[in-house]
Design a protein around this ligand. Sequence first.
Ligand code: NAP
Length: 243
Amino acid sequence: MKTVLVTGASRGIGHDIARHFATSGFNVAINYNTSREAAGRLQDELQKVGCNSMLVKADVSDREQVNQMLQLVNRQFGDIEILINNAGIAKQQLFTDITSGEWDRMFDVNVKGMFHCTQGVLPAMIRNHCGKIINISSVWGITGASCEVLYSTTKAAIIGMTKALAKELGPSNIQVNCVAPGVIDTDMNSDLDAEAIKELKEQTPLGVIGKGTDIAETVFFLASQKADFITGQIISPNGGFLI
Ligand code: NAP
């Protein structure tokens, strides 16, 4: 049974990714940082239907916490074959209002978190000559978003990291891909009012806001053997928002 680690799996997209893998027969490590109860509810739900999962707390921006998390996962499930770098934070603000601390924090979580987790799982993947890494970016990392310059910058960095790492790890038979979702109905967008949601739907050819399960399907495909020849790619499930 293969083992997958999903970062930021207590809520939103990560939650749906973790559930998809667990109900498809994988060992799933559910990483959370602050939402212990929500992560626990997911694990309870998965245990009731006989899925193998474990909870692991870590702030991905902290290398020590990440290393401890990886040790726990290795002890319970063995080597991690699939890493889903999903944990992320966002904030809408004018570029002129961003503080140096806010800049560092968002980079630490959204980009350095991926650096820590990816470096942590790579020795086993390289040894096993096999592995899949999927990084969650955003359409804003491709197009840039007004009032989300910092977020867009971190998400663009993830695209660069994905492409470069795919080249470096190809010879080790490790596929590195990026999923760049459009607007998805999660807590991250809870501050959007009804008018903003209406406008976003109008700008989306399919006329709907995405669901976490839409992203989970794409991630699951990229993690499967069906995607063995796909690496360094940016796949954007976005309802046609960005064509
Ligand atoms: P969300 O509902 O706000 O959930 C964020 C998740 O990330 C939570 O599980 C949270 O864990 C975790 N997290 C945050 N900081 C963390 C840290 N320092 N260490 C570990 N985990 C941390 O967000 P979402 O919408 O599901 O977003 C998930 C990913 O998709 C993010 O990378 C986001 O940028 C990307 N994305 C979202 C959208 C969208 O429209 N929603 C669109 C494109 C891309 P705790 O609650 O346990 O702290």
